[in-house]
Design a protein around this ligand. Sequence first.
Ligand SMILES: [Zn+2]
Ligand SMILES: [Zn+2]
Length: 344
Amino acid sequence: MKAAILKDIENFEIVETKIPEIKKDEVLLKVKACAICGTDIKVFHHGHKHIVFPRITGHELSGVIEEIGEEVKGFKKGDRVAVAPAVPCGECYFCRRGWQTMCDNLKAIGYHFDGGFAEYMTVPGVAIKNGCVNKIPENLDFDSASIAEPLACVINGQILSRIEPGDNVLIIGSGPIGCFHSEVAKYLGASKVILADISSKRLKLAEFTNAITVDTSKENLKDVVRNITEGRMANKVIVAAGVQNAQETSLEFVAKRGSINFFGGLPQEKPFINFNSNVVHYGEIFITGTHGSTPYHNKIAIDFIASGKINAKNYITEKMSIDKILNGLKLVEERQVLKAIINP
Ligand SMILES: [Zn+2]
Ligand SMILES: [Zn+2]
């Protein structure tokens, strides 16, 4: 099979290699689509603490079950599926409380296990057992299904941000994650959704969301939010950008009793920020972070896409074969596209 193996930092090798053999509790998946994620770019440049090279990365994926281990129940050859890449153990304190994103033993496809930038991959037994393999409806194509994972992370974020009907929601960062946040917030009943970005090029790609877009290189975001919200500011602020300054200034845009979600993580070497704690104290502001998604969030995400609430075609603006993976990474990194898909 053909695979893009990350041999080391910034060193992808496209190789012919043998199709992996499955154990009794695993399935073999023929990968049909694997979307490139922002973290694939981080991993390409900097590696990752959970990745030992060589590794086949790629974690936003869908495919067809090609072979099944004898102990696997509930699936058959030919099933069309999307795989939730974050694999909880199902047994620790946090899993038992239903907070699988906080699993003490969390493993991930594309990190601890080989992922989807290959023609075939094995789905580990622990992933199957914990509900990570979701069948997709007939009307849903593989490309669209592959972007369920980032959408699932957004759904987790929206739940933790407690978006309610009538909320005015500000989203900072208009990449694919910011676009998902805009659309999901509207479905949850948000009155006004404001999508801010420092790049007019990126905002242009986000126009389909019908959010009120604000180019912060030209406009004063605080003034705009104040005007739109009759002076109250945004009930919910989601910082969909891993940038210190964006997190710090988010407190300027939040309404009393509002919430802020630090959705994007900061660089490991610079994780600290400064803000006026009294804004939080006197304004009774809730601050949360969000990290990842559970198998259940992935199921909801598939439903959002299959039912047309999210039109995946608006996000997938580039498709390519596995040989072009470097090109795909570049397009995503330079933010020329929202999502680029590898069809192995
Ligand atoms: Zn991802
Ligand atoms: Zn666990």
